[in-house]
Write a protein that binds this ligand. Structure first.
Ligand code: VGL
Ligand code: ZN
Length: 232
């Protein structure tokens, strides 16, 4: 390595039952198939820190379609995947963003929130929980997208910084949501961020090419497992 003080970490995002076929409520096609590749990465001696993240929602989480329209709420039922909602910063009514509604998934302490058993979980140094505040959606493993002021922070940036990490490699689920937002926030936090393409699958596979271009525009590098970057 040319750079001195180069310290990579591996971030394994949301490899949980609810994101995996056959029974996950928000199953990502082929999601379970990336576990062997992630286990190979986990066995490499190069990572200063190996972190798993868990989407970890309370039952009243704002991202669940069932917590919006339909009984006991006023108005018609909302459709997961199809309908959207607008989330306003509880501290600042002028800041908001619109995103998709989801089926109930990854509810804290339920089987759907467990890491899938084929993952070599004993290799993780830390497990970071995200999406724990019922008032905000949080795709990124760092924080929610509301910034003025910030609503929810998982502590991941501090964890990486305290370990002297300079670069993160991101894999897991889903490529077009949590992997993408995590990699982009890593750049925002001053880390080099690499997404290992074979190590992720997307909710909408057709959106992946566009996601890659947008991530690259944000400073994220997209690499293949055989790329030099990973081998060294
Ligand atoms: C995710 C949708 C809702 C993800 C989490 O892990 O990509 N997607 N919650
Ligand atoms: Zn979620």
């Amino acid at each position: 390595m040319a750079e001195s003080g180069f310290r990579p970490a591996l971030l394994v995002v949301d490899m949980q039952e609810d994101f995996c076929p056959p029974n996950g409520s928000l199953a990502v096609a082929d999601g379970r198939s990336i576990a062997p590749l992630i286990n190979r990465l986990l066995a490499l001696p190069i990572f200063a820190l190996k972190v798993a993240t868990k989407d970890w929602h309370p039952p009243d989480h704002i991202s669940f379609a069932s917590n919006h329209g339909g009984h006991p709420y006023p108005g018609p039922a909302k459709r997961p995947f199809l309908d959207t909602h607008t989330i306003t910063n509880p501290h600042n009514p002028s800041e908001s963003y619109t995103t998709r509604l989801w089926p109930v998934h990854c509810v804290q302490d339920t089987p759907g929130a467990e890491l899938i058993p084929e993952l070599d979980a004993a290799r993780f140094d830390h497990v970071v929980h995200k999406g724990t505040d019922p008032r905000v959606e949080m795709y990124s493993a760092f924080y929610d997208p509301l910034r003025e002021p910030r609503v929810s922070d998982s502590g991941l940036a501090a964890l990486l910084r305290d370990a002297g990490v300079t670069r993160v490699y991101v894999v897991g689920l889903a490529g077009d949501y949590c992997v993408r937002c995590t990699a982009e926030d890593a750049v925002r936090e001053g880390f080099e961020a690499y997404v290992i393409e074979e190590g992720t699958r997307s909710v909408d596979p057709g959106s992946w090419e566009g996601c890659k271009r947008e991530m690259e525009a944000a400073g994220v590098k997209i690499v293949g497992l055989e790329d030099e970057e990973v081998k060294r």
